[in-house]
Design a protein around this ligand. Structure first.
Ligand SMILES: [Fe+2]
Length: 388
């Protein structure tokens, strides 16, 4: 919800008669959060969005936890993650707590249905591939490097056109928003924000489908995946306006904040939600104090778990990572630059790294799927080769 936006046809006043060319009424929907007190948009449908013809429970979405006996750091290697079906079915849940779920997927099949997450905002990171998000708000073209934010309750379909494709998906039951400290009292992004409204891609084209048939909308709710069937196409909106809609931001448009000495991770913050923040590490000039040490401190995350998703195989403070690697650094035990990295960083003027961090304030749990890709030797990767 970066700012007010509108697309298509809307009547001059909300909650007034808005008629189709044939004289019938359009069907008005308010799409709002926090009951009727939060941000919202108002949409105008050809058909009532309530006209379900049948429904069924498709799947149980219970999580299969990895019952870990030890508290340690992790390196989950997803580079060779097997390709799956469509962008929803191929998701592999790796990490979760009450505030966030983190999945990865490599879809290779199209979605022949529509999807709606009924209880979490979804933030895709498009690591590889591209395509279009088709939703009730219109079409957003997305590309490699895009964050794609889909508010909960949005009916949509991802049409992937670039293969191979690879996404990292963050789901949050709390609203995913731009950091509050970068917004003024009117919601506008401030001048020192690392990105601004010009960087944001909104739905730019409204496709209005009026055909009839059998259309399936799969809805993720609780531990269930439900299927609801309609006799009309769910993307039948002729116009909308408001503050709540999907949008995208490319990680390359995140302007890094740099300094004479090391800047702490919050300068990389891109999004926030209840219990977490999302940060973007992007190519940047390194610290320019003549005696600067450009890599981070050793630290033990006193009150958070820290997950890093590596977009490329290069990262300043870490050796041995691959494209798609995920490190999970646990609270209470230290991590930091690996052997030799401090010395090799001295005098470096820039870095080309791309990585995404999720800092979670509640402990992150791992799934049995994460266990399959976990490298158990990672906690010992701070030992110099040949030494103990
Ligand atoms: Fe860290």
């Amino acid at each position: 919800m970066p700012s007010y936006s509108t697309l298509g046809l809307i009547p001059p006043k909300r909650h007034t008669q808005f008629r189709k060319p044939d004289g019938g009424l359009y069907h008005e929907e308010v799409f709002g959060t926090e009951g009727f007190s939060g941000v919202y948009s108002i949409l105008y449908h050809h058909n009532p969005p309530t006209k379900i013809t049948r429904m069924e429970k498709l799947a149980d979405l219970s999580i299969d936890p990895w019952d870990l006996s030890e508290h340690r750091h992790h390196h989950i290697k997803t580079r060779d993650l097997e390709e799956g079906k469509d962008p929803i079915e191929s998701r592999k849940l790796l990490l979760y707590n009450g505030d966030v779920s983190i999945s990865v997927c490599r879809p290779k099949e199209p979605m022949n249905y529509f999807f709606r997450n009924a209880e979490a905002d979804e933030l895709y990171f498009v690591h590889e591939g591209g395509g279009e998000l088709h939703s009730i708000f219109g079409v957003i073209t997305f590309d490699k490097g895009d964050y794609l934010l889909v508010p909960r309750g949005t009916t949509y379909r991802l049409v992937v056109s670039g293969y191979p494709s690879r996404f990292m998906v963050i789901e949050s039951p709390g609203a995913i928003e731009t950091p509050k400290r970068y917004r003024n009292e009117y919601g506008q992004l401030l001048e020192h924000s690392p990105f601004c409204e010009r960087d944001i891609k909104r739905p730019s084209r409204l496709e209005i489908f009026t055909e009839t048939g059998d259309f399936e909308v799969r809805v993720k709710i609780g531990k269930s995946l439900m299927a609801y069937h309609f006799s009309h196409h769910p993307l039948d909106v002729v116009g909308w306006d408001g503050y709540l809609y999907p949008w995208a931001l490319n990680i390359a448009d995140f302007e890094p904040i740099t300094g004479r000495i090391h800047q702490p991770p919050p300068v990389h913050q891109t999004f926030e939600a209840q219990g977490l923040m999302v940060l973007s590490f992007v190519p940047r000039k390194l610290d320019y104090h003549p005696l600067a040490v450009p890599v981070p401190y050793y630290h033990s995350n006193i009150d958070s778990d820290e997950m890093l998703y590596y977009v490329s195989s290069q990262f300043m403070s870490r050796k041995g990572i691959e494209l798609g690697s995920i490190t999970v650094h646990r609270r209470g035990i230290h991590h930091g630059p690996q052997p030799g990295v401090v010395e090799s960083s001295l005098g470096k003027e820039s870095t080309n790294e791309y990585a995404i961090m999720v800092e979670a304030y509640k402990p992150l749990n791992l799934t049995k799927i994460a266990q399959r890709y976990d490298d158990p030797s990672y906690p010992f990767s701070w030992i110099e080769a040949g030494k103990s």
